[in-house]
Design a protein around this ligand. Sequence first.
Ligand SMILES: Cc1ncc(COP(=O)(O)O)c(C=O)c1O
Length: 379
Amino acid sequence: MKFGTKAIHAGVHPDPTTGAIMTPIYQTSTYVQRSPGDHKGYEYSRTHNPTRTQLQDALAALDNGTHGLCFASGMAAIDCMVKLLEPGDEVVATNDLYGGSYRIFTRIFAKYGIKFHFVPMHDKEAVRAACNERTKLIWAETPTNPLLHIIDIKAMAEVAKESGALLVVDNTFATPYLQTPLELGADVVMYSLTKYMGGHSDVVMGALVMKDAELAERLAYIQNASGGTPGPQDCFLILRGLKTLHVRMQRHCENGRAVAEYLKQHPKVGQVYWPGFESHPNHQVARQQMRDFGGMISFVLKTDKIEDAVAVLEKFELFSLAESLGGVESLSGHPATMTHASIPAEERRKAGLSDSLIRLSVGIEDAEDLIADLAQAIG
Ligand SMILES: Cc1ncc(COP(=O)(O)O)c(C=O)c1O
C-alpha cells in the first residue's frame, strides 16, 4: 500500500457497533468486565484505550514499524525512552537538538546518574569517539532543529550496532512522508505529534514507533507505569491530521523550496539553512535518505544583529511569531530566546546557533503571499 492510502486507512477500522467510518472518541476511563479478568482487551484507559490503539497502529504502519506508543507530549515520549536506562549508562546525542530534549537530558536525567555527550552528529567519527561500552542510546534528530543539519541515519545505525546501543531518531521535522528511519537501521522513531503529524496546531502529543516486539513491551510497561498517556480526544485529532499528512507535506515542501530560493537571492539575507540547496554541506545525505526537503528553513540577516532580526520578526504579518512548527499556517521563531533558550548561550554558540538566527515553519498558504510577507518584513 502506498503512503497516501496508508495515511488514510492504516490501523483504523469502522466502529464494530455502529459502522462509524471515523474512529470514535472512546471517552471512558474504565471498561466493564464480565468476571474478574474476563474483559474485551481493555481494563483502564491509562493502559489501553480503543481510540489510542487505532492511532498507535496507524503510526506503526506509516513508519513501516510494528508497534506504536502514544504519549501526552513529545517530551513524555522522550521521558519514556530514556527511562529504559540505568544509572551509569551513557547517551550520545546530537549537539544541535531541540532545547527541551537538551533540558530533560541535562537537568532531569543527568541527576539520576545518566551521562550525556553532545557531538556534531554529521561527523560519524566524532560519534564513534564518544561511544564506549556504557553507551546505551544514540539520540539523533534529523533534520536538526534549528540549523537543519542532516545526520546520516545509516551511518549512525552502524555506530550504534558496533557499540551495542539503540539508535533513536527524532523524526519530528521530516515525518514518515519524507523519511522512514526504521528502514535505515534505527531502532526507535520518536515524534512530537504536535507538529506536522497533527498539522493543525490544536493538540500536544508524542509517539515512539519501533519494530521489535520485546522493546515495545518494555516501553509499553514504562508508558503505563509512568502514566504520561494522551486522552482519546487528542488521539482522534491526530488521527484526523494524519489523513492529510501526504497532501500537506507535499505543499510544505513546495512552499519551502520557494521561500528558501527567495531568501537566498535577497541582498539583505546572509546564510540560509535548508537541506535542499546543493551547497548545503549534507545535501547528498539528504537526497539519499529523504524523499524531499521539508518546509523548515532558518536564516540570518547579513548584519547578524539581534535587533535587526527582532525588527523583521515584529514586522511579519503571515509568519506569526510563535513557538512550535509544522502547522498549516506559517510561523516564525527566534530560537535563541524561544525554543532553544534552555540551552546555555555558550553551548548554542559552540553548535553554531547565532543569536540573530530566524527560524521559519513554512505553512501551506499560497507561496506568493508568503514571499510578499518576507519582502515587506525584510525590506
Ligand atoms: C524536534 C522536537 N522534538 C521534540 C519536541 C517536544 O515535543 P512536545 O512539544 O510535543 O512535547 C519538539 C517540540 O518543539 C521538537 O521540535
